[in-house]
Design a binder for this molecule. Structure first.
Ligand code: RB5
Length: 141
């Protein structure tokens, strides 16, 4: 069965979200698009809460959030137990966010990324495993 993966953005992340939603669907994921569904101004928290709740409750393993800077979305998501939301502005940061921080929510600063960068960051985050070892204890602390 395909892994279900939620994705959500505010208006600032909407266009890149649309691209990434298609990338995820093409990669075989069962994509749950929480919104927003257009460019009208919205509040990022209205989208971060339902996504983070799903991850926190273990209903999904991971999710993707986008806003202008990535900051508002990450602040909301990181309030939820068990959620480790990482703002990644490069593929290298996304890789380290998985290897060292076991990030289960990827947050993209859409206003500062090209579509190509966003897609590369998403792929790196999806394809990189947590290294465990010395990072296990650090994440637990
Ligand atoms: C929206 O203008 C912007 O503030 C929002 O997308 C995000 O960057 C907040 O952290």
């Amino acid at each position: 069965m395909a892994e279900r993966i939620p994705i959500a953005s505010d208006h600032a992340g909407f266009e890149l979200k649309e691209r990434l939603r298609a990338v995820l669907a093409d990669a075989g994921f069962d994509v749950d698009d929480i919104g927003t569904h257009g460019t009208a101004s919205t509040d990022y928290a209205d989208y971060a809460h339902p996504l983070a709740q799903q991850v926190s409750e273990g209903r999904v393993q991971r999710g993707v959030l986008l806003c202008g800077t990535g900051l508002g979305m990450s602040y909301v998501a990181n309030r939820y137990p068990g959620v480790r939301a990482a703002v990644a502005w490069s593929a290298e940061v996304a890789e380290l966010a998985r290897k060292h921080n076991n990030a289960n929510v990827l947050v993209l600063p859409a206003r500062f990324l090209s579509d190509e960068d966003g897609i590369a960051i998403l792929h790196k985050w999806l394809d990189t495993e947590f290294e465990g070892g010395r990072h296990e204890g650090r994440v637990a602390k």
